[in-house]
Write a protein that binds this ligand. Structure first.
Ligand code: NAD
Length: 283
């Protein structure tokens, strides 16, 4: 059976490092501050925002939730992001999704100043990432790489099948893995014979948002599987994109849901905020 690649210990390590840096910055007169802009009444989004706020406070980061309500318009959201980008007191800015119908997240995120873009939502950040220039990667994409490295799975030279090509997970994760010298195949909903592609890979990263998409037929014996999926279940639980029962009997290692990529993602958001505070302070 597959080894369980937990994200909890790594998340705790990142949080304690972040807490130490936050304390230093605060003592020096810069209280690291993260602003989360919300324009939805979505329940799972509200749950996620509360968990970020709680985690931030625990490491000594001030978290401002700016709730514009689900009636917010594009120009309103943009003005808010502009104001936060200009506010010296704020070091990190996140725009929570979903957004009201007709409001495009990437279009809005262009208003997040790139050195405060701690979740890599501004298309400029993704472009810089692709070009190999310094930028914040989306926390989830970075979490994929960090969890692999933490468990001693070096991407270099390995064939990674990335399932999903979204701008928040699949594409940035593919770039981060490429930068670490992995051979990356990016799969998506139009990929013909997904199982043939993924079962040829050493590492399968599932970020499709489809419950149970990845089964034993999709993985090579002994492969490493990272499950990014966070799909809500009817009973209020959370399941991944990987059928853990069938994959667990064939894969060499598998990240759990919950307790895998998720906690590392939140920890990295906080780490990025402290990093932004430190950089902005010196500029
Ligand atoms: P998305 O809907 O934007 O993108 C999904 C991608 O998967 C698309 O590129 C699509 O082509 C591909 N896809 C869909 N069905 C497929 C199929 N049958 N075969 C192959 N590819 C398929 O989703 P997203 O925002 O990238 O998120 C993906 C998953 O990751 C979701 O479950 C989401 O909840 C989760 N997520 C988790 C975290 C975290 O912190 N753990 C953060 C962000 C997203």
């Amino acid at each position: 059976t597959a080894a369980v690649l937990s994200g909890r210990e790594l998340a705790a390590a990142i949080r304690s490092e972040t807490a130490a840096e936050a304390a230093q910055l605060s003592a020096a007169g810069t209280a690291p501050t993260l602003a989360v802009v919300v324009a939805t009444a979505d329940e799972s989004s509200a749950w996620y925002v509360r968990s970020i706020a709680r985690a931030a406070e625990q490491v000594g980061i001030t978290c401002d939730i700016v709730d514009l309500g689900r009636e917010a318009t594009g120009p309103e959201i943009r003005r808010t992001l502009d104001a936060l980008s200009a506010d010296d007191r704020v070091h990190g800015v996140i725009l929570q999704t979903p957004l009201p119908p007709g409001v495009d997240a990437q279009e809005m995120a262009l208003a997040i100043r790139f050195d405060k873009d701690v979740d890599g939502a501004n298309p400029l950040s993704l472009g810089r990432l692709a070009a190999g220039l310094p930028a914040f990667a989306p926390a989830t994409a970075e979490a994929v790489v960090r969890i692999l490295e933490h468990h001693g799975v070096e991407p270099a030279g390995r064939h990674v099948a990335m399932v999903g090509r979204s701008t928040v997970v699949g594409k940035p994760a593919a770039h981060l893995l490429l930068d670490r010298n992995a051979t990356v195949t990016v799969c998506h909903s139009r990929t013909r014979d997904l199982a043939a592609v993924t079962s040829a890979a050493d590492v399968v990263v599932a970020a499709a948002g489809r419950i149970g998409l990845i089964t034993a037929d999709h993985v090579a014996p002994g492969a490493v599987v990272v499950d990014v999926g966070t799909n809500p279940t009817v009973d209020g639980g959370l399941v991944g994109d990987v059928n853990a029962t069938s994959v667990g009997e064939k894969a060499g290692a598998l990240t759990p849901v919950p307790g895998g990529v998720g906690p590392v993602t939140t920890a990295l958001l906080l780490a990025h905020t402290v990093q932004a505070a430190s950089t902005l302070r010196q500029s």
